[in-house]
Ligand binder design. Structure first.
Ligand code: HEC
Length: 139
């Protein structure tokens, strides 16, 4: 009778032990997964790369492309373009690239109410500089 009771107790104990060991753990990673993750973090650190991938750099556009996309609809240059704004061919005979850049960023100050949209903040300093130089370079 006592032997029987002990056996039952042992069985219960074993069952309890197994149950405790099998508790699902949502954060559980196998040792392989944990090792791979820590290796990747380590490698990223050594290379000085942040573990999270950076967004790719935007493709840099040439001043010609920028002019074609943003300005040509209203301005002619070398005989091509729209008529809403003045022909910019040869503008360097009466103005410089600082003036062009200034008009691009603040057309309302130069030409209030004419409908040229402001491009303030839409180009990087470099793009604006190159675009203005390009426009002035067309004689
Ligand atoms: C929606 C049409 C439109 C777009 C797009 C536009 N412009 Fe203009 N632009 C104008 C108008 C209108 C004027 C004012 C003309 C006036 O009243 O003499 C003007 C004036 C200018 C002037 C002064 C010209 C002068 O003779 O003094 C420059 C320079 C200029 N725009 C450059 C640009 C550049 C560069 C872009 C592209 C980034 C651009 N514009 C986009 C319509 C536009």
């Amino acid at each position: 009778m006592i032997k029987h009771a002990i056996r039952i107790l042992l069985c219960l104990g074993a069952a309890g032990f197994l149950f405790a060991c099998n508790k699902p753990d949502p954060n559980h990673l196998s040792w392989k997964e944990r090792r791979a993750a820590s290796l990747a973090a380590q490698q990223a650190k050594e290379k000085g790369v942040p573990a999270v991938a950076k967004a790719p750099e935007p493709v840099k556009k040439s001043p010609q492309e920028l002019f074609a996309e943003r300005c040509q609809v209203c301005h002619r240059l070398k005989g091509r373009g729209g008529e809403a704004g003045p022909d910019l061919t040869g503008i360097s005979r009466r103005a410089n690239s600082d003036y062009v850049a200034s008009v691009v960023c603040d057309p309302d100050t130069h030409f209030p109410g004419t409908g040229m949209p402001s491009f303030a903040g839409q180009f990087t300093d470099q793009e604006l500089h190159d675009l203005a130089e390009y426009v002035c370079g067309v004689k």
